[in-house]
Write a protein that binds this ligand. Structure first.
Ligand code: F0G
Length: 356
């Protein structure tokens, strides 16, 4: 028998080359990101009835979030241009991804994160990948404006999603959804923080539509956390609050892109409360066996809200992007779960607890 290459995946730059800006092959920095599963939420029928629900589990990317799709592009491009260092502001996942891809490219990474507002898993990733981690006494929006000023004046490449190559890479998530389904969904639900991802998905869907690969477009449904919902309110939020630290952002960089996605697709940008986010987070892990981080569950929380409001109809196909893995934020998981039972190493006592 012969070995075949069946099933091998070469990362989003090489797999979607025809739809991405050109990058010299020797500059390509990939950890084989992308090709994440689209999982049918079979056990959520009690909530969604005959609405078909699919989960694009981006937590299964190499650093555990969707950021890797954009980071392979941004870091490869920076490498092609001869940059020696990259920098980003981050609520955690961008910093983890930038640090990993910079390490793979042999570049230095500088990351600015809001002190005390970043999940432990993400911080540990940036530290392990050898980035210079700066915990600033301020929020994400302040960190981003400092990064903008630095990159305007110093030879350090910005890898936040205002870097257009990030959006280019992230649009491949929409391509994969279409490839898996064979068509576009009726609705696509996403959490919204800095609003780069909803901008990217909409770009991806439009490009497949313009190339006659799909014959319809989804309505884009973006969800912010209630205490960090500048787009819903129509003005920046000075002191954003939410348990979903990944989307604790008061002045999104891709605000315009999110509005465009909403308007052109006929979708919405709405908010969900922290308790709705936690409910969705727990429902997914306990009923579907899928552990995402709290911010990711905003997409499902939004879908549940839309189902309850009568927006979704029988026969609709919806895709919810689960942006990051649950292991990123062990504190959130432990704090929102019943405490484990402490018991002596005694079979009788254990059986009693098991009610056997
Ligand atoms: N979900 C997760 C897990 C995220 O980390 C982010 C953003 C979002 C959703 C929102 O995506 O910003 O494109 O609207 N995290 C950024 C970061 C801000 O720094 O890791 P967005």
């Amino acid at each position: 028998m012969q070995l075949t290459r069946k099933g091998l995946w070469d990362g989003v730059i090489r797999e979607f080359r025809d739809f991405l800006p050109e990058i010299k092959d020797d500059a390509v920095t990939t950890l084989k990101e992308g090709n994440t599963p689209l999982i049918e939420a079979v056990n959520l029928k009690s909530i969604f009835g005959n609405v078909r629900v699919l989960l694009k589990f981006e937590g299964l990317n190499p650093t555990g979030s969707f950021k890797d799709r954009g980071m392979t592009m941004a870091v490869s491009k920076a490498r092609e241009e001869g940059a020696r260092a990259v920098i980003c502001a981050s609520t955690g996942n961008t910093s983890a991804s930038a640090s990993a891809y910079a390490a793979a490219a042999g570049m230095k990474a500088y990351v600015l994160v809001p002190d005390g507002s970043i999940a432990l898993g993400k911080l540990s990733q940036a530290m392990m990948h050898g980035a210079m981690v700066m915990q600033i006494k301020g929020n994400f929006d302040e960190a981003l404006s400092i990064v903008k000023e630095i990159t305007a004046n110093y030879p350090v490449k910005m890898v936040n999603s205002i870097n257009p190559f990030r959006i280019e890479g992230q649009k491949t998530g929409a391509f994969e959804v279409c490839e898996h389904l064979g068509h576009a969904p009726t609705y696509h639900f996403l959490p919204v923080g800095n609003a780069g991802n909803i901008t990217a998905y909409w770009k991806g869907y439009r490009e497949y539509y313009q190339n006659d690969i799909i014959s319809s477009l989804p309505k884009m449904m973006g969800f912010q956390a209630e205490g960090s919902a500048p787009i819903v309110l129509g003005h920046p939020v000075e002191n954003p609050q939410t348990i979903a630290t990944a989307i604790k952002i008061g002045n999104p960089a891709s605000w315009e892109g999110a509005l465009k996605a909403r308007e052109e697709s006929g979708g919405i940008i709405d908010a969900v409360s922290d308790s709705e986010i936690i409910e969705a987070y727990r429902v997914l892990s306990s009923m579907e066996g899928i552990f995402c981080e709290p911010a990711s569950a905003a997409s499902i929380a939004g879908a549940i809200k839309m189902k309850r409001n009568g927006v979704l109809n029988e026969g609709d196909t919806i895709v919810c992007t689960l942006t990051g893995h649950g292991l990123k934020d062990p504190d959130a998981a432990i704090n929102s779960s019943p405490k484990p039972v402490k018991v002596q190493a005694d079979i009788k006592k254990i059986l009693k607890i098991m009610k056997l």
